[in-house]
Write a protein that binds this ligand. Sequence first.
Ligand code: GLN
Length: 472
Amino acid sequence: MYSFSNITNLQADLKAGKTTCIALVEDAISLIEQKKHLNAFLEVFEHSAKELAKKTDEKIKAGTAGKLAGVIIGLKDNICYKGHKVSASSKILEGFESLYSATVVEKLLAEDAIIVGRLNCDEFAMGSSNENSAFGNVLNPLNEKHVPGGSSGGSAVAVAANMCHVTLGSDTGGSIRQPASFTGTIGFKPTYGRVSRYGLIAYASSFDQIGPITKTVEDAAIILEIISGIDKHDNTSSSQKVTSYSKEITVDKKYKIAYLKECVEADGIDPEVKQSILNQISWLKDNGHSVEAVSFPYLEYLVPTYYVLTTAEASSNLSRFDGIHYGYRTKNATTLESTYKKSRAEGFGKEVKRRIMLGTFVLSAGYYDAYYSKGQKVRRVIQEKTKEILNNYDFILTPSTPGTAFEFGKNSADPIKMYLEDIFTVQANIAGIPAISVPCGLHSNGLPIGLQLMANYFEEAKLLNLASKIKS
Ligand code: GLN
């Protein structure tokens, strides 16, 4: 079986004839089968993956293959791939097939990547533990009693357990970075607008971004430079130039870094996570970077702001799932109205319903000013403060999460406790800036610890550059 290290080596080995795309697909399919109990994959696209592999092997022989030839990629189950099922891990989309491909999928296929299947996640990307999927929990391969993180849990596990080379996830409040942190992988959330959202099933449209989960920072850079760029199908995509992130990674630069005092000193942060972050700070200083503590006085407002605004957007986005247009329709209705009501009542899970209700409430005429409009104002305050810090520093550094991967069931009874798991990751989405989680050591419980770096708008190259230097 081919042992994958990174995309660059894979390209060289394919060219040298040390392996073939079809062999890589067969390896991936047999590993997915062997590790089925982790429940990372909802479906393997065996037929189309093998077809792509055969075509790509021909292209390699002819010297015409793209930059991602033979790279085996899994998609979070909220990214559309024409002619393939997509369900957002929800019963309400059971049986639904994508009518078109997401722009990111088109871009990956244009470089001859091989899409091998779709990955389990929290229903409609709402969750921090993957316990909200309609198709069961995903297990953390590093300790199967612990969650893999969410909502892109299947995407993180597929990379951590070597079932594919790279995966795509989506990040609305940490759903790429938090599972990356819990599984010892790299998770990158781009600047809002850097990557087209066309073909991503929307959760909260002013927060959502697609990004890669990979084994190395260099691979994240390679994938990101391919999926980024303006798209006529997404008006929020940016025309800002995409540079060669994977080349810029090698530059050796010294940076000015701010770490957020309140995050490192937060109540409830695991002492070993804190120590590991402090060790990284010393290491960065020893290596010529300047690192200073900076105050961020709005830490306690991050999670409430995030949950007021994202539930509002979700209640609007999810209104399209009505039992008529897509997927699941109740068999117990007699009128149009009862079709809507029963299809939604039967099709959505508990957490999704909670958020639709919360979102409807914060947007309701009587409470709009008190919640939604207030939330928008606080969002602006958080954005301004974040920008102010990034005008004086190259990066903001925090832990990715307050602790390591927790046990199944630990936060299930208390949604607020679960929502607080996102305390360090939501800032980047509220502000719209890019952020990455990289492994930065092991806890004595054997689970990985993640370090988060955030940078200014469209500074993905700089972010990847420093991230590639962090020692795990
Ligand atoms: N855990 C957060 C939530 O439940 C983030 C989800 C995400 O980024 N998609 O909303």
